[in-house]
Ligand binder design. Sequence first.
Ligand code: NAD
Length: 470
Amino acid sequence: MTDFSDNPFIELFKSQEQHQFLIGNATYKQRITKLKALRKAVEHTYKQEIRDALYKDFKKPSLEVDLTEIYPIVDEIKFVSKHLKSWLKKQKVETPMALLGSSSWIKNEPKGVCLIISPWNFPINLTFGPLVSAIAAGNTVIIKPSEMTPNASAIMAKIVNRVFDEHEVALVEGEVEVSTQLLKLPFNHIFFTGSPQVGKIVMEAASKNLSSVTLELGGKSPVIVDDSSNIDKAVQRICFGKFVNAGQTCIAPDYVFVNASVKDAFVTSFKKQIKEWYGEDISKSESFSRIVNQKHFKRLQSYIDDAQANQTEIFRGGASDEKDNFIAPTLVLNPGDDSKLMQNEIFGPILPVKTYVNIKEAVHYINQKEKPLALYIFSKNKQNTNYIINNTRAGGTCINHNLLQYLNHNLPFGGSNNSGIGKSHGYFGFLEFINQRAVLKQHTLGAVDLLLPPYTNFKQKLVDLTIKWF
Ligand code: NAD
C-alpha cells in the first residue's frame, strides 16, 4: 500500500472516505434536498456576490453571468431532481436461458471519494455542474477550482461551506501545487475540466491509483459556412458564440471556413454586427468581457502581431489595451496554416476566416487536426450537412447555430480523444460518477449446477446443447 501520510490533504481525504457509505446510502429525496440548497445559494442568496466576483475577475457582464454561470446550474439541478428517482432504481435485466433460476439487475452505486478540478473560464458553471452530478450519484467530493479567478473561487468556497459538511464536499483553493498534491491521492474518480496538456498530466497521475477519469478538454472547434446559408444570421450567431465571455469558451467557434463566393458578404456583415452590438468604442461597452489576465492577454496579442507581421488582412474592432486586458473583436482573413492563430486553440475574441471552393477541402483541413470538441455547420443544404457530419469526428455538433448543444441536458456533452474522454450533463454526467454494479441472484437450482465436476459425457452433451441453443 502506498503511504500517503505526508500528503497535506490526507486527513480531509480520509474523513470523506469514512463518510462515503453514510452519504452514498442517502435516499434520492435526501440528495435532492442537498441539490435544492445549492440551487437556493446560487440562484438567490449569493447571486449578486457571484456577479460581483466575476466582474472583479474579468469584467464579465452580469447578464452573461446569469446566462452562462447561474442558469446552467439551476437548470441542471431541475433536470436531475426530475429524473433522479428513476436513475437510482435498480434496473432489472433479462435472464438468458442458460441462467434459468436466477435474476439480475444493475445497481447504480456511487464511485466513492471524487476530485473535481475546474478551469477559470466559466468557474461557477464548470465547478458546480459536475458537483451536481457527483452529489446526485451519492459521492463525497473535494473541489480544486482555478487560481486564475480568485474572486469566483472565494464565493464558491463560501457556498460550499454553507451548504455542505466538509466530510461530504470540501473546496480547496490554491495554485497548481495544490492540484499536484491532490492528484497523488487514491480518488475513486477524477473529473477534470481544462486544457488537453494538463489533461494528460491528470490522466498520468490517475493511472498511479487506477482512478477513473472524466476529461473535459478543449481544442480548435471549426465552423463551416456554405453558400446556401443565411449569411447575416450565420454571422450574428457566430459572433455570439465567439464574443460571449470574450471568446474564452471551450466550445467557441475557433475558426471559420466560409465558401469563397460568400466571403465578402461574411466580412461586411461581421463589421456591421460588431458596431451594432458594441458601438463605436468597444472598450466602453458594458457587454464585453476582458481577458482573464496579463499572461493570456500577451498570448492573444502575440497571435495578432504574428498575423500582422505576415501581412494578413485584419479587421480590428479597436486597439488593444494592456492595462485593462482588453482585446477587441478581431477578424483575420486567411491566416497561414503555420500561423500562431491556426496552430493553437485561440480562446479569445479573434476569429480567423478561411475560404474554400469545394466542401471537401474544408473537411480535409479539419481532419488533419485533432478531433474538435465542437464542429459547427451553417447550411440549408442537406447534402453538404450530411457530408460534413459523416466525414468528420467531433464531440458535438450544432447546425445553424453554435454553443446551444451545451444547453440541452438530454444530450451528452464532451469531446473525443484530444478534446476529452467521458461526458457530462444530465444522465451522462451522473453516469460518470456511478459504478454500474452488476448483481445476479440465484433463486433455485441453476443449469450451471448440473455441470459441476466430475465431467461426464452426459455433461459434455449438455454443454454442447447449451452452446448450440441457449
Ligand atoms: P488549465 O488546464 O490550465 O487548468 C485547469 C485546472 O487545472 C486549474 O484548476 C488549474 O489549477 C489546474 N492545473 C493547471 N496546471 C496543472 C498541472 N500542471 N497539474 C495539475 N493541475 C493543473 O485550463 P484553463 O486555462 O483553466 O482553461 C482553459 C482550457 O480548458 C482550454 O483548453 C479550454 O478549451 C478548456 N475547457 C474545456 C471545457 C470543457 O467542458 N470541455 C470547459 C472549459 C474549458
